[in-house]
Design a protein around this ligand. Structure first.
Ligand SMILES: C[S@@+](CC[C@H](N)C(=O)[O-])C[C@H]1O[C@@H](n2cnc3c(N)ncnc32)[C@H](O)[C@@H]1O
Length: 398
């Protein structure tokens, strides 16, 4: 029997047993639990709860029937207010511990719809459809996912009628009330007729190649007055409510009459969003995303934005562009040393760092802080019910 003291960054309860740290799934501070040990390493133990002796006052019954087994959400046993507090504390802890600077951390910006916010979901498939169980490749079959857009939930019963034998996974993306379905399969002749009742666009993904088999080739999203094209493989923020708040924050920092370098630009969405009265150059590795970015430039009638396809860190070396502001929005792995060194060569007045992983963010800020003051960090709840937090950090050259 152990007592839980606090939560780790993944939302697991932390306790101690025989000089070792214990991480307990689905356990909250002040709870007293009996545990079932899953892994016993030299320095720490990982465990599930076998029996709750005393439950926390802040525990709620998760609204999702799959929460305890499904690997999708981590903190659905907390009310939304307590989820926000967990995320704020997580960022404060990481900054205190790894940056060791007294930095202004703003209140977390919440999502207005903490359920049904996901506009893109990938379902795993075996004989049925669902998500991977926590820490395994076993699948939890589901009929509904509470954090996904209702249009995706409506699609599940149709997806279940497909011949699932040779299907690895199925991705659903929602645009302006349009549904795109992408089926990763080895069956070229898969009968998809049943999906025509609900889908606006259908692709088969065979050996990494996207084959358009029904409806429109693309779907669209709007952010303020800007329209964005979504193709099957391109990155687009999955939570539009929080995305809009985050992009507005970036826009506030960028201001106007600036030369803006938008690194890791995806389909150009941040650059386009901040483009009014500015000149933008976006760089992105994924060729399809760059094709979409150029389409986005065209459909929004913009002539003050250009895109380059390639590695952001390498392409900025010897670039014929003199930025006033650099925006970076890297994947979870963050920036690498070469990229940071090349960014520092520009000596720009300001950097706006958008991050989906606070650990790699503070690692990078630790290098950037030698030449830049870290003015403030704002956490955003882009992924309610999960442990993830998005942050925007504003830096000014010393
Ligand atoms: C977190 S997304 C951000 C996309 C975009 N800023 C947005 O808000 O939609 C990260 C992007 O970085 C791209 N990427 C990954 N590694 C890269 C690299 N080395 N150079 C340039 N882009 C890269 C990915 O393809 C992805 O589009």
């Amino acid at each position: 029997m152990i007592e839980i003291n606090s939560l780790d960054h993944n939302g697991r309860g932390i306790s101690r047993l025989n000089e070792k740290i214990v991480f307990v799934n689905n356990a909250l501070p002040n709870e007293i639990v009996e545990i079932k040990i899953l892994k016993d390493n030299k320095r720490f133990i990982e465990a599930d709860v076998d029996r709750y002796i005393k439950k926390s006052d802040i525990r709620i019954d998760s609204p999702c029937p799959y929460f305890e087994v499904c690997g999708g959400c981590d903190i659905m046993h907390l009310s939304y207010e307590n989820q926000l507090k967990f995320k704020e504390d997580k960022i404060k802890n990481i900054v205190d511990r790894y940056l060791k600077l007294n930095i202004k951390i703003n209140k977390i910006v919440k999502c207005d719809n903490y359920l049904n916010y996901r506009n893109k979901v990938t379902f795993q498939v075996n004989q049925d459809i669902g998500f991977f169980k926590k820490n395994t490749y076993d699948i939890v079959n589901i009929d509904k996912c509470l954090i996904s857009d209702n249009k995706i939930n409506e699609a599940i019963k149709y997806l279940k009628k497909l011949d699932l034998k040779n299907i690895k996974n199925i991705t659903c993306r929602v645009g302006l009330n349009e549904l795109m379905i992408i089926i990763d399969t080895t069956n070229k002749n898969l009968n998809i007729d049943i999906l025509k009742e609900i889908a606006d666009s259908i692709y088969l993904k065979i050996n990494k190649e996207y084959i358009h088999v029904f409806g429109n080739k693309n779907i669209y999203k709007m952010l303020n007055d800007y329209k964005f094209i979504i193709s099957p493989d391109s990155f687009f923020q999955i939570n539009l409510n929080t995305c809009l708040k985050l992009y507005n924050k970036v826009k506030e920092y960028v201001g106007s009459n600036k030369q803006v370098l938008d690194l890791y630009c995806g389909t150009g969405s941040i650059g386009i969003f901040v483009s009014k009265n500015n000149n933008i150059l976006g760089i992105e590795l994924n060729e399809d995303a760059i094709k979409d970015a150029n389409q986005n430039k065209k459909i929004n009638n913009l002539d003050n934005i250009n895109f380059i396809c390639g590695d952001s860190g390498k392409k900025i070396h010897n670039l014929n562009f003199n930025p006033d502001v650099i925006i970076v929005d890297p994947p979870r792995s963050g920036l690498n040393k070469e990229t940071i060194n090349n960014i520092l060569k520009f000596k720009t007045k300001e950097i706006v760092y958008v991050s989906c992983d606070p650990m790699t963010m503070v690692r990078d800020l630790n290098i950037l802080k030698e030449q830049y003051n870290i003015i403030e960090i704002t956490p955003f709840d882009m992924f309610p019910n999960t442990k993830h937090v998005e942050c925007v950090t504003y830096l000014k050259r010393k």
